[in-house]
Design a protein around this ligand. Sequence first.
Ligand SMILES: Nc1ncnc2c1ncn2[C@@H]1O[C@H](COP(=O)(O)OP(=O)(O)OP(=O)(O)O)[C@@H](O)[C@H]1O
Length: 679
Amino acid sequence: MDSEAETTVGGSCLVWQDLSVTLASNNFGSHGNGGSSTKYLVNGLTGLAQSHRIMAVMGPSGSGKSTFLDALAGRLTTKVAMAGKVELISSCPAGSGTKKKIRSSPVTCRDVSYVTQEDVFLGTLTVKETLSFGARLRLPGLTKTELDEVIEDTMAKMGLEECADTTIGNWHLRGISGGERRRLSIGVEILAQPLVLCLDEATTGLDSAASFFVVQALRNIARDGKIVVCSIHQPTNDVFRLFDDLLLISCGEAVYFGECQGAVKFFADSGFPCPTRRNPPDHFLRCITPEFDQVLAALKQTQRMNHAELAAADGLLNGTTAETRATLVKKYKSSIFSETATKKIQELALLLAQEKHDDGSQSSSEVVSEKKRKIGKKQHHQWWSQFCTLTHRSSLHMCRDLGYYWLRIFFYIMVALSTGTLEFDIGTSSAAVIARGKVDGFLYGLMICLSIGGLPFFLDEIKAFRGEREGGYYGEAVYVLSNFLSSLPFTIFISISSGSILYSMVKFHPGFSHLLYFCINLFFCISVSEACVFVTASLVSNPLPAMGTAVGVTVLNLMPSIVFRPLPDLPKIFWRYPLSYISYAAWGTQGNLKNDMMGLEFDSAIPGRPKITGEFILTNTYGMNLKYSKWRDVAALFCLLLAYRVILVFTLHYKQRISSPFRRTQPKRGLKPTTVQQA
Ligand SMILES: Nc1ncnc2c1ncn2[C@@H]1O[C@H](COP(=O)(O)OP(=O)(O)OP(=O)(O)O)[C@@H](O)[C@H]1O
């Protein structure tokens, strides 16, 4: 550990004491601990992470590393219970002198940034744009020059200058490398200058060189005065050497906590010396991984270990790994390392008590640095700038996304052209009565179905939203409004272009006002169907099920309008009430038929009979109530649009956590920023 001066005066500490996380009995079935109804995911951990230092959290898969990080960052789900204490001890200037005071405070989401296992970006943006939008969202109060400085500084720190103008990449764009993505993820998180940076599996999926660069960048962040805690899997020797401190966990319990170099000595003193040729981090993991016995046996059987390795492995474990683990846990508890950590925390507690005594009037909650106070205040009042940033970002993303913008424009025009040529100059014969209904029904069906093409785009946006929402940078309503605004130019363009092509080819009711109504009606139908697809994306995050759900919902919406049965004649249960009322296609088709047929006259089916008015057909063939104008149908579409956008705000708010097979790749366990407190 560093000197006391560094910890208590020069820097800050994140302290955890007797930290346990348990899972309620109904959440894990019969896997209790010794028959009790509580499963310990993390069990009685005590320690501290210091500023200017980088700490590695290592342990076998399922040992509780992520749970520990979640507990530190206050991101545990309601499914688990936490006991113990996590507090942030920060030093701040006392008056005008150089003397510093220390203060303790509960950890809040403003202090901690959490980098999850998955990199969540909008793939069409470049590295610099991503950082720029990130900075504008996280630090809305800063001027352009200040923002530019922050962005340049972050790129320099994370070694991203080379790829600053490279697109991140998505399904159709080749982009930056895996290592650069990881560094960008970290870069985005450090924009807001959090005091603590927690990273879950910072180097997973990277090769040794990329891992080295990522950890080196993290080490530089730590040296700048931050507390960096990072879980890591199988680091190479070179990567391991970059860490200052190590917390080794097995089955939720600490096997070792202290300086990295001390671990080799601790294992040797405990009777499990590291063979000189073997990587120390590998050696530690082999000693404490419950499945290592089986792995060793399998390796022996397949003879994939050479003699030296076999001898080392056999020598390493005189019993089973379970015994080794238990021995190490016991040895650690009585070791000088555990004692040092406890002593350090006790010293800090004493210093804090002293400070409190000296300065009784000031409550601990007041302990926030001036800078953060300033940023927090600005963030509250800068929703407008965040709204503009989000709108700008979404518009850019939409324009560049091949699927959302360009492919859809192409298909809309194609649908308009093909329907237009098929039903060219539809006329007013008796056959045209039903043909007009069919054109409306099918055309709306096809056009609206194209909204599903925007699903991948929405899924990307939702992921980005969730990550940023967890940081508390902006609210759902601001986001939903900005998304609607950015989609406006596209929807207006598509409804006017494809609407006009189709209208003029089919030759619906002549007149500009009728064409205008057709385009407005089309605009609302596309907007509502898009909002509906967006709601689906917010509820189901896995692309395939989301696609299935979106198709299902769209088809259901289309049914009442394409079956050619007058709406009042539909079966009352489900189809008439409520479906025909909440189906945007039903309102759209109804309004359009009124727009097209009212005022026209059609030939009778029986030759020689007088012509029939459009109004008569609408009332008797289509069962419409003409007391209501075609504008009421547009008003209904407007209400549906509003309703879907409001539903979207609510689903985004309440559905932070999604139960899908991709759950683990979402920000861990759907967490909302909370304050960590003693249970
Ligand atoms: N909400 C939960 N419900 C049920 N079990 C849980 C929950 N959270 C964690 N666990 C269990 O707790 C244990 C520790 O999980 P955790 O994700 O913290 O491990 P880990 O060390 O991060 O694993 P990995 O390295 O594989 O990511 C695992 O056995 C996991 O299945």
